[in-house]
Design a protein. Structure first.
Length: 137
């Protein structure tokens, strides 16, 4: 099943709800399809401009590897199997906040990227939003 715009907007809504509920700072939310192309995006009021690209790059990292960006990023460290791979594909981001999206049948459908809060908060927001997608399918 493909990720629809309506589903992507639901992921964004879940992320925004979680940010407000937790009292986190405003974030950018980037949703990519299974081919790592942009499908939906939101920039909450007051978010730093730099987070636009970072949210996209986190989502792209998760989409290209079908894995969470922090898990992929562990391979980018000195001495790791893919040291400096973050310089490929127009730039990858290997910290928390990029999460692969799966449908109810556990098929990969895309990725969400969050940036603007702490790395831990970005990851929590992305995981919450991803779980909202799985719960609504």
């Amino acid at each position: 099943m493909k990720l629809t715009l309506a589903a992507a907007e639901a992921v964004i809504a879940a992320a925004k709800h979680y940010v407000a509920e937790q009292g986190y700072p405003p974030v950018c939310i980037s949703i990519l399809d299974e081919a790592a192309y942009p499908l939906a995006f939101a920039r909450m009021d007051g978010t730093f401009l730099a987070t636009i690209d970072i949210a996209y790059q986190k989502a792209k990292t998760a989409a290209l590897f079908k894995a969470n960006s922090d898990k992929v990023g562990a391979n980018f460290l000195p001495g790791a199997p893919a040291y400096s791979l973050e310089n490929s594909n127009g730039g990858l981001v290997g910290i928390g906040g990029g999460v692969a999206l799966y449908d109810a049948e556990h098929c990969f459908v895309g990725a969400v990227g969050i940036s603007g809060a702490t790395i831990e908060q970005d990851l929590a927001i992305a995981l919450f939003a991803a779980n909202a997608l799985s719960a609504n399918r």
